[in-house]
Design a protein around this ligand. Sequence first.
Ligand SMILES: Nc1ncnc2c1ncn2[C@@H]1O[C@H](COP(=O)(O)OP(=O)(O)OP(=O)(O)O)[C@@H](O)[C@H]1O
Length: 226
Amino acid sequence: MLELRNVTAGYGRTMVLNDVSIDIPQGGAAAIMGHNGAGKTTLLRVAVGLIPVKSGQVLLDGVDVTKLRPNGRVRRGLGYVPQGQLCFPQMTTLENLQLVSRVKSEVDEVLDTFPALAGLLPRRAGLLSGGQRQQLAIARTLLTKPRMLILDEPTEGIQPNVVAEIEQVIVGLSQRGDLSVLLVEQHVGFALRMTDKYYVLESGRVTSSGAGGAGAEGAVRAAMAV
Ligand SMILES: Nc1ncnc2c1ncn2[C@@H]1O[C@H](COP(=O)(O)OP(=O)(O)OP(=O)(O)O)[C@@H](O)[C@H]1O
């Protein structure tokens, strides 16, 4: 569904990604792993269209979207949840959701996926916990009805006891069958459990890739130890 083909990209004259290729099929789930500064967030930004490529191509459903703006890519089915549990803190949980959709049945549908949010609708988003804000950020993106959900470190900065809750939601989404998932994640075990493909990025290059699943953990840890 989403393919980056030999992408080189960066900021100004500094290239961060060098000749990176990844391919996530429709309904598939892939994890990008690597140390801090390896270029994981940059890769996601390139996929979404927030950073132009210097060379290479981005394809959605086999169509070259390299020159397409982010809003065009969202219309074609990309949903992006950036790092940091972003929300509008002065607005309530419900108002944050209604920024995307005022259709009650659509809001109710995402609340089925996030029952924890249902009881927090009148609360200002700034007063939610980090885990609740992350759920809100994912719920808001789901309201755009993506076919591919792109998540940047969804468990970062979240209390360990809430991490499992977030993981469960993402695993559920990835198993829906109609939603592809691309995930940047530091928790190697979790990332591999829920994906069928992994890529390790080091200094802007893919240094290891293969099938996901718990069996890949050794290979990923070895690749990241280099
Ligand atoms: N807006 C920017 N302008 C210039 N350089 C940037 C910018 N954002 C990131 N970089 C640089 O690009 C490189 C890759 O950053 P990126 O955020 O993609 O890495 P990452 O793998 O996501 O790291 P982390 O795990 O710490 O989030 C780093 O050297 C970083 O300093």
